[in-house]
Design a protein around this ligand. Structure first.
Ligand code: FPP
Length: 386
């Protein structure tokens, strides 16, 4: 039994689901860690450590409410500009998080994917991230996408390189390159676009995050700093999303009808027109995130349209249909971030033109957060994430 406050949050989400307006994919720009710590007179790294606790709580809750995809912006291609000690600490926290939580995430059916370029990461975080992706690749209860050494402009440039290489090899006609083909060459090719993007900490920017994919996403900003971000805030965002009218450039569901009435079953908060981008596991195939459908699902995971529990909340979830991959491009050739199929000679290049990661480090223990106290309530800030 969840505690009463959580039960109430789950009921609120169920009301949204009953309206048919549950987002499938929520993406979060985790921001405000540094300021959160500095306001307490603590080192910035203490804020990042507290931010990892928010990651754990929110991932668990996202699983509880049956979210299909949760994307977290953990480290951008621009974040290398931070002081080396802070970068090292962030990488250390990432490693620590994977080592501490991977088993539980795996047991609970979470499939971890990475977008961005791990080639630019120091060896230990790179190895741990690859291990997390490999370990969880056939899980299907929820997809957790970590944006690491990620930049949307990098991702778009990578897609352009891949398309150009195919055109040069005569595999595609340049005239045939359309939006669908480009989308199929992004690292998110087999995922639904984010329905909802959340940015905490009082900043109103996108910071080079999923620029293509969020063309029609709903945006939700809050002054709450990421270390204070809790399920209640996610529920507030989801409720706000549920009351938005998504028109995708059209006139909206009621347009043209007397009184603007919606047709039965129409849900303004639902996904855009177009073919479904997920399919049930029986038909699962190779996906950009590394789902190859070839491994048994030891967790017996199930469909993502009903809530379940994650992270030490009672073991594997019995739900069935993973939001499995339809891979329109079908050419990721292994790791989702590979710049080309194995053997095609293309290298990875995130961070090209940006400061690269230090050649060593990773895996070291970051400074511990003093105390661990949280302050309820919002905190507006002035500095940017990137
Ligand atoms: C932005 O806060 C946050 C980051 C750049 C890093 C987010 C990383 C974590 C929460 C930890 C590692 C991630 C995982 C998935 C374990 P900021 O430092 O820019 O805050 P500020 O704007 O207040 O300076």
């Amino acid at each position: 039994m969840p505690p009463p406050e959580e039960a109430e949050l789950l009921r609120r989400v169920e009301r949204v689901r009953a309206m048919g307006r549950m987002p499938r994919h929520v993406a979060i720009i985790m921001d405000g860690n540094g300021r959160w710590a500095q306001r307490r007179g603590w080192p910035r790294v203490a804020g990042h450590r507290a931010g990892v606790e928010s990651v754990r709580v929110i991932v668990r809750f996202a699983g509880d409410i049956g979210l299909e995809v949760l994307t977290l912006y953990a480290f951008s291609t621009e974040n290398w500009r931070r002081p080396p000690a802070e970068v090292r600490a962030l990488m250390g926290l990432l490693v620590e998080h994977i080592r501490r939580d991977l088993d539980e995430l795996d047991r609970n059916g979470v499939q971890i994917r990475v977008i961005g370029d791990p080639e630019g990461l120091p060896p230990t975080p790179r190895r741990e991230v690859l291990r997390a992706v490999e370990t969880t690749r056939s899980n299907g209860r929820m997809i957790l996408v970590l944006a690491l050494n990620y930049g949307a402009r990098w991702e778009l440039a990578r897609a352009a390189r891949r398309l150009a290489a195919k055109a040069a090899r005569g595999e595609i006609d340049p005239q045939a390159i359309d939006e669908a083909m480009l989308a199929a060459h992004l690292q998110t090719a087999d995922l639904p676009d984010p329905d909802l993007v959340i940015r905490p900490s009082g900043e109103w920017r996108i910071s080079n995050f999923l620029l293509w994919q969020i063309a029609y996403s709903e945006l939700w900003f809050t002054p709450i700093a990421w270390p204070d971000f809790r399920p209640v805030h996610l529920v507030e965002a989801i409720e706000a999303y549920a009351h938005r009218e998504r028109r995708f450039g059209g006139l909206g569901p009621g347009a043209g009808r007397p009184g603007g009435a919606m047709a039965p079953g129409e849900a303004p908060g639902s996904s855009p027109p177009g073919p479904p981008r997920l399919r049930p596991p029986a038909d699962a195939g190779q996906g950009a995130g590394g789902t190859d459908g070839g491994r048994e699902d030891p967790a017996g995971c199930g469909p993502a349209d009903a809530p379940g529990r994650l992270l030490g909340r009672g073991g594997a979830d019995p739900r069935a249909a993973p939001p499995q991959a339809v891979s329109p491009g079908g050419d990721t050739g292994g790791w989702p971030w590979a710049d080309g199929a194995p053997g095609d000679g293309a290298g990875t290049g995130a961070g090209r033109g940006a400061t690269r990661a230090p050649a060593t480090t990773g895996g070291g223990q970051p400074p511990a957060a003093p105390g661990g106290g949280r302050r309820p309530g919002g905190e507006a800030g002035t500095e940017g994430r990137c």
